[in-house]
Write a protein that binds this ligand. Sequence first.
Ligand SMILES: [Zn+2]
Length: 231
Amino acid sequence: MEDHHPVPIFLYHRITSGWRAARPGDTLRDFRHQLDLLDQWGWSSMSLTELVECTRCGKTINTSVYTLTFDDGYRDLLDHAVPELEKRKLKALFFVSSGLSNACWLRQRDPMPELFRPDELRDLIRRGFEVGCHGATHIRLNGLSRRQLVQEIIDAGEMLASACNGKIEHFSYPYGAHDDAVRSAVREAGYLSACTARKGWVAADSDVYQLPRLSLARALRCGFPPFPRSR
Ligand SMILES: [Zn+2]
């Protein structure tokens, strides 16, 4: 039987053009360097939909592939990251919250960052990228009432689908916070997968509603890639 290659899903937030990066390793220069490395290693990009399809169907992945995801929907990704992805013909998914004007975490930031507008989300989909749901107001979902879960998971996805004129098939738990009730609500809402903030690689038997992710910047500092193998 062929070896199944575990797949890293890389998690990004913001890519900045200057030295004032939101986090170390998140400048455009770092991002280009990271993509260059993946290219030099001969890795290729796979969309989250393709990866989830392989995982759900038990299809063996026998090449080195990776998946790119961006959480929160920072609008300046359009200036820096998106052109870089297009130039390299890379696939990526952007997780956005549907009701971001109500998100308290954003209002606490000064200056408040701008986020994707609906027309820009539609344009991203037209350009071949994927859009996923990151809740409605970016609050921690564990411990919420059933009614709140409906708003944050089902209503948020429907709102995004209508804003994007497209399908919203993947979910990302804000702050990576989830529990049994949250995962059940995501599954029942019809999402095909959900990403966490737990570190790890996606293996053949990974739970598609608890997909681990990696920060490539952080992983490189720790000697990435270790090229794990699962049997
Ligand atoms: Zn987030």
